[in-house]
Design a protein around this ligand. Structure first.
Ligand code: YSA
Length: 344
């Protein structure tokens, strides 16, 4: 029996030495010290021995039990400490590593241009106001001398929101000019304002045309305002935005709400005026329509055209970065291609 205990000790201690995880340690405990474990079975069998044998074998068996229990406890503590060290190792952060770069956002080229345009006009004494994108037929057309069935409506074929009948239908505004009426209805002269905002047109898109784009409307009404003021203001604007070396051109144009009407164009940056695909072989890119506010428009808002005169203009905002940065397709602005947008 003593020999059996000696062998059991050798085996148990050597197995315990080789254990490197808590799962195996538990199995070891059950194998030797559990209810049906090897040592427990020996201890239970002591009753069958003679008194003399029981004394000797009992003492050795109890000593072995104490040895195994203390070995178990030491191993448990060692493995727990090792586990903790492993966890710390695995979750350790190297604070000396470089951090992830934070990508910095930037303003969309249209937003930058809008701010630039508004700041030039602010410096000339114009206030900046905004208006609704869903507009009444009355403000978008009727009040601007474009009644139902007027051919000028054709060039602004558009997105209707609802159609309740003459003057009471609503649409996505086709230009920012309705704000001329809204402004004059609310204020008495002198008026000097610019209106940035989105406009919408049912348009076949190409390199210079989008179906949604931005305009900045300008309006100045006072006593004694002339065509010379309009030209001076817009040429100064072009000089500040494009630089003195770029050419600006004024030409007659027709808009029902001005008399006379003009368009302003800047020489094409791609072909320097020689003619190319971007400028439709004209050498010029139109950036705005303008003119002297029509007397009927002034009368409609209760301004006396014999006392007050005014000029107005409406410019295409995307055409400005097109000309300034040499972008050859307006559709790039809203196609959300980061390779394009990150250049600004
Ligand atoms: C005219 C006289 C005034 O007293 C006041 C305003 C105006 C402008 C008028 N309301 C208007 O919208 N004229 S426009 O149709 O010729 O557009 C003005 C400018 O918007 C154009 O010169 C062009 O630069 C830009 N534009 C027009 N259609 C566009 C466009 N830009 C991008 N995509 C389109 N589809």
């Amino acid at each position: 029996m003593l020999k059996e205990l000696e062998e059991l000790k050798t085996k148990a201690v050597s197995e315990l030495d080789g254990i490197d995880n808590l799962g195996d340690l538990e199995k070891w405990r059950v194998r030797y010290l559990g209810r049906k474990g090897s040592l427990t079975t020996v201890l239970r069998g002591l009753g069958t021995l003679s008194v003399e044998e029981r004394r000797t074998v009992g003492a050795v068996a109890n000593e072995l039990k104490a040895t195994l229990e203390s070995g178990l406890q030491q191993k448990q503590e060692a493995l727990k400490t090792q586990n903790l060290v492993d966890t710390i190792e695995q979750t350790r952060i190297d604070v000396t590593l470089p951090g992830y770069p934070v990508s910095i956002g930037r303003l969309h080229p249209t937003t930058r241009t809008l701010r630039e345009v508004c700041s030039v006009f602010s410096s000339m004494g114009f206030q900046v106001v905004e208006g609704p994108e869903v507009e009444w037929d009355y403000y978008n057309f009727e009040a601007l001398n474009i009644p139902q069935d007027h051919p000028a409506r054709d060039m602004w074929a558009t997105f209707w929101v609802d159609t309740e009948g003459a003057g009471r239908s609503r649409l996505l505004r086709t230009h920012t000019s309705p704000m001329q009426i809204r402004l004059m209805e609310k204020t008495r002269p002198p008026v000097r304002a610019v209106v940035p905002g989105k406009v919408y047109r049912y348009e076949a898109t190409d390199a210079t045309h989008e179906f949604m784009f931005y305009q900045v409307e300008g309006l100045a009404v006072d006593k004694g305002i002339t065509m010379g003021d309009l030209k001076g203001t817009l040429f100064e604007f072009a000089r500040r935005l494009f630089g003195a070396e770029r050419k600006a051109r004024f030409r007659c144009d027709y808009f029902p709400f001005v008399e006379p009407g003009v368009e302003m164009a800047i020489d094409c940056f791609v072909c320097q005026g020689a003619g190319c695909r971007l400028c439709s072989n004209t050498g010029w890119i139109e950036i705005l329509g303008a003119g002297m506010v029509h007397p009927d428009v002034l009368r409609r808002v209760d301004y006396d055209p014999d006392v007050y005169t005014g000029f107005a203009f409406g410019m295409g905002v995307e055409r400005i970065p097109l000309l300034k940065y040499g972008i050859d397709d307006i559709r790039l602005f809203y196609s959300n291609d980061l390779r394009f947008l990150k250049q600004f």
